[in-house]
Ligand binder design. Structure first.
Ligand code: ATP
Ligand code: MG
Ligand code: MG
Length: 372
């Protein structure tokens, strides 16, 4: 056993706590609300705001080791927790990934390519973006963005003029990568410095939100190995203990560029629940609990389809009736537009992942119909 504290009560915490329970670990959740998805499966919880020092202290008293499923924890809160109990992944990694400028600087320092970028810390810096990157570019809030929120695509000086009064600072400007595919890799690294990667995932977005993930990604073995090697470099470079997701672009020239990293379970890794011996959630818990990294073997090909917003109920019922699919719902009551309600994993024998047409035929009942 052992008591694992998870900061954040969302679906990533819920699925981590479920994996932990199967291995005999007790999870204790820290959440600002008492109706979050993780609390259904880990009823022992501390409810408090992320900056409530007294609540954070009470939480720490209840656990042996601390991890998180939510990235926007205030720096002072993580510092406080780190003074009380071990925190994995470390505060340093969390802080790097919380800020797109420190994140990209660090990635580039590791010798990894990203989109070309410039920091835009105040309105005066807007004028210099064109010379540095040209059009088109994307402006992103440096902190707190997810599902494409806090981003502006700028195709022309007119576009920039239209939005410039409303922009928040600091921002980062990124050149638009002309990508063939979006990929991700999840790496697990243990306390002893051993790292292991899941197979590379291919990701497709819909209205800025991850829609489907395919595993394995349909890329050459050399590219796949190179993406995994990049993820390992990041994990070792940051002395990761835990798991970390790396989002990548495969650009039109066939080069890999890192988009962003997330030191936690990642939506694009949900397929591992049903297609791997050890899921990303189990790997996360194992690393945090001090167990050794194991090969992250995939036994099936898989497609993960996110169930987002209204329409989820219909899609979920169809998924239950479609052969070869497994349904995962997060227990959220209200299906607001854009809200992640659950996902479906469709499994295929290893090596038998169909092409796009075959996928449409095999997964017709659960692809977009009834969903936004
Ligand atoms: P997430 O939900 O993955 O945390 P996010 O809000 O942090 O998303 P990003 O991952 O930076 O945002 O961007 C969202 C999507 O927008 C990317 O997956 C990609 O499709 C597109 N995108 C972002 N940056 C670029 C870029 N520089 N060039 C081309 N496309 C981009
Ligand atoms: Mg992000
Ligand atoms: Mg992203």
């Amino acid at each position: 056993g052992g008591r694992i504290g998870i900061i954040g009560g969302g679906q990533l915490g819920r699925m981590s706590a479920m994996a932990a329970a199967e291995m005999g670990f007790h999870c204790h959740i820290f959440s600002p609300r008492d109706d979050e998805p993780a609390l259904d499966v880990a009823p022992s919880a501390t409810i408090g705001a992320y900056d409530d020092a007294a609540a954070l202290r009470r939480f720490a008293e209840n656990v042996d080791v601390i991890t998180f499923e939510f990235e926007n924890i205030p720096a002072e809160s993580i510092a406080l927790l780190e003074s009380l109990k071990p925190v994995h992944p470390s505060r340093k990694i969390l802080e790097i990934s919380q800020d797109r400028i420190t994140e990209k600087s660090r990635l580039n320092a590791f010798g990894l390519k990203t989109a070309p970028w410039v920091a835009v810390t105040d309105p005066d810096a807007l004028a210099s973006i064109e010379a540095a990157l040209g059009f088109p570019f994307i402006l992103k809030q440096t902190r707190f963005g997810y599902d494409g929120k806090g981003q502006w695509r700028v195709n022309s000086p007119q576009d920039l003029e239209a939005i410039q009064e409303t922009l928040p600072y600091p921002l980062i400007a990124e050149g638009l990568v002309d990508f063939d595919r979006e990929l991700s890799v999840i790496v697990a690294r243990d306390l002893y410095g051993e790292a292991s990667c899941f197979d590379v995932t291919e990701n497709r977005h819909h209205h800025g939100i991850l829609d489907i993930s395919l595993a394995p990604a349909r890329i050459s073995p050399e590219l796949a190995a190179s993406a995994q090697d990049m993820a390992c470099r990041i994990a070792h470079g940051l002395a990761l203990v835990g798991i970390l997701a790396v989002e990548l672009f495969l650009d039109a020239k066939g080069e890999l560029r890192v988009n962003e990293i997330a030191p936690r379970p990642h939506n694009s890794g949900h397929w591992t629940q049903d297609a791997c011996l050890i899921s990303q959630f189990e790997a996360h818990i194992r690393m945090v609990a001090g167990l050794r990294a194991q090969p992250l073997t995939r036994h099936s090909d898989a497609v993960m389809k996110n169930l987002v917003g209204p329409g989820t109920e219909v899609a979920a019922r169809r998924a239950l009736e479609t052969l070869g699919t497994r349904l995962h719902l997060y227990g959220k009551a209200e299906a607001r537009p854009g809200r992640k309600m659950g996902h479906v994993n469709a499994l295929f024998p290893k090596g038998a992942l169909p092409g796009d047409l075959g996928l449409a035929a095999a997964l017709g009942p659960i692809l977009n119909d009834g969903l936004e």
